[in-house]
Design a protein around this ligand. Structure first.
Ligand code: MN
Length: 327
């Protein structure tokens, strides 16, 4: 489904009604989550100088995204429980905003869901859901235009980061003529694709690059070759002096293996706790698999946490994926 003038009008009416507005993105935020959050936060501040706008990211801002304008104004928690309007961006459902932030969605007067994913988690009094958008940033771009806020260089940089990261630099199946038109307008407004790429993709620390080497040396697959996976152990992190945020992008190497339909990256972020990222081609819904383990996400990109040793996480997740694809 795509959005109409009426959808944007009802979003703007909700902004007008609210005095206090909270915006939140999903846990382990990516470029689209943060870019959309910041762009809408900046636009609302520009448009409504008298309203209190709060930007929230449960897991903060990964270092590679700190270059995004206003990123230092994002809070990882809020002392206020109830807002007039609580907005979830790119999140699938309110639970994905993280345990410290999720309660504001139950407590606030109105809720808004801005997302480009299909899911059972759709919610909200106002829904800007567009499954044809390659990124939430594409929807926010339209919304900012409806708000009649000029697309400043700052807003454009945030939105283009969302588009670039969610399309794998315009390589994924979700890229449409609209994606490229939006990107062209953002570049006209002052965003720089090369600057964004330099920060996001060509910015791995020495330790994290060595960690990537270790990770790829664990690459495995099931007998069918349709499931590929790799793991980072806790001692790998310690010995290379790298952290979990720096594994951003590792999964792309695992999913780019020929014949791979589902890719998994296991990270033992502390002893006895394993975070798992899942990616798939269009025919496999990895959100459903992550949900079996208390996680969530999107059809082609999801995540969950497993409590237990690394090998147990691998066994459990690979078995679940095998069952899902009938391999
Ligand atoms: Mn997205």
């Amino acid at each position: 489904m795509s959005l109409t003038y009426r959808d944007f009008k009802s979003a703007i009416e909700a902004f007008e009604r609210a005095e206090t507005i909270a915006l939140a993105c999903h846990v382990n935020p990516d470029g689209d989550a943060l870019g959309s959050l910041l762009a809408l936060g900046i636009a609302l501040n520009d448009r409504y100088r008298d309203k209190k706008i709060t930007m929230l990211s449960h897991d903060g801002v990964p270092e590679i995204y700190e270059f995004l304008p206003n990123s230092s104004r994002i809070l990882s928690e809020t002392p206020i429980l109830a807002y007039d309007l609580a907005i979830a961006l790119d999140s699938g459902d309110p639970a994905r905003t993280g345990q410290r932030i999720m309660p504001i969605f139950a407590a606030s007067l109105e809720r808004m869901d801005i997302d480009h994913h299909v899911g059972e988690g759709e919610f909200g009094d106002v829904r800007l859901l567009d499954t044809r958008a390659a990124a939430t940033a594409e929807i926010v771009y339209d919304l900012v235009n409806y708000l009649e806020v000029p697309i400043t260089t700052d807003i454009a940089t945030c939105l283009l980061t969302g588009v670039i990261t969610d399309t794998g630099s315009f390589r994924f199946m979700n890229v449409t003529p609209r994606t490229l038109r939006t990107a062209a307008s953002l570049i006209e407004a002052g965003a720089s694709p090369s600057l964004i790429s330099e920060h996001v993709f060509d910015n791995r620390t020495f330790g994290a690059t060595r960690l990537l080497g270790r990770t790829l040396s664990t690459l495995g697959s099931d007998a069918s070759g349709r499931i590929t996976y790799a793991a980072v152990s806790f001692s790998d992190f310690v010995e290379e002096g790298a952290n979990d945020q720096e594994t951003e992008g590792f999964i792309n190497f695992i999913r780019s293996v020929r014949g791979s339909d589902v890719a998994l990256l296991f990270r033992e972020t502390e002893e006895g706790k394993v975070r798992i990222s899942l990616r798939s081609c269009e025919s496999v819904n990895v959100a459903e698999i992550a949900q079996q383990f208390g996680g969530g996400g999107h059809k082609m990109a999801s995540g969950c946490t497993f409590v237990g040793p690394l090998h147990a996480a691998q066994e459990a997740l690979i078995a679940a994926v095998r069952q899902a694809i009938g391999a």
